[in-house]
Design a protein around this ligand. Structure first.
Ligand code: HEC
Length: 126
């Protein structure tokens, strides 16, 4: 690897915000935007439950009627990892055209990181 690139890489790592991990307590507050349609426990509302969503296969809640768009999106075995969640929450209708999730998206990267921290471990935010 060229030395110049390594230096740039090192700078990029140092420049990462301290909160890259996200704050689950702040995420729980942000989840109010989602709670009309989702719970992090079992049971579906307008949307499927989000229990264990971190690492869960897309469109995999039994008995929930996903949109054809979400089912197509899931077809090649996609899993909700952090990167996919972040992309979806920023712009659901851009990532999954035709999704039935009526939600515009979240602009702030920090809020998305907080939400993901909460979704991955709701118990960590009492
Ligand atoms: C107005 C209701 C509504 C709101 C608000 C909403 N959602 Fe959804 N959500 C849905 C519906 C409906 C689906 C199913 C989408 C489909 O089948 O296309 C969904 C799907 C999802 C999925 C995919 C689940 C799976 O099983 O594959 C995730 C993740 C998700 N929502 C997260 C969120 C988060 C986080 C928020 C808050 C920032 C939120 N949603 C806000 C209704 C909503």
């Amino acid at each position: 690897m060229p030395r110049k690139f390594l230096t740039l890489l090192a700078l990029a790592v140092v420049a990462l915000p301290a909160h890259a991990e996200g704050d689950a307590v702040a995420g729980k507050k942000a989840f109010r935007k989602c709670a009309a349609c989702h719970t992090v426990e079992t049971g579906n509302r307008v949307g499927p439950n989000l229990a264990g969503i971190g690492g869960r296969p897309v469109a995999s809640v039994d008995g929930f009627r996903y949109s054809p768009a979400m089912k197509d999106f899931a077809a090649d075995g996609k899993v909700w990892d952090e990167a996919l969640l972040a992309q979806y929450l920023a712009a659901p209708k851009t990532m999954v055209k035709g999704t039935s999730m009526a939600f515009a998206g979240i602009r702030k990267g920090e809020e998305i990181a907080d939400l993901i921290a909460y979704l991955k471990d709701p118990a960590s935010a009492p």
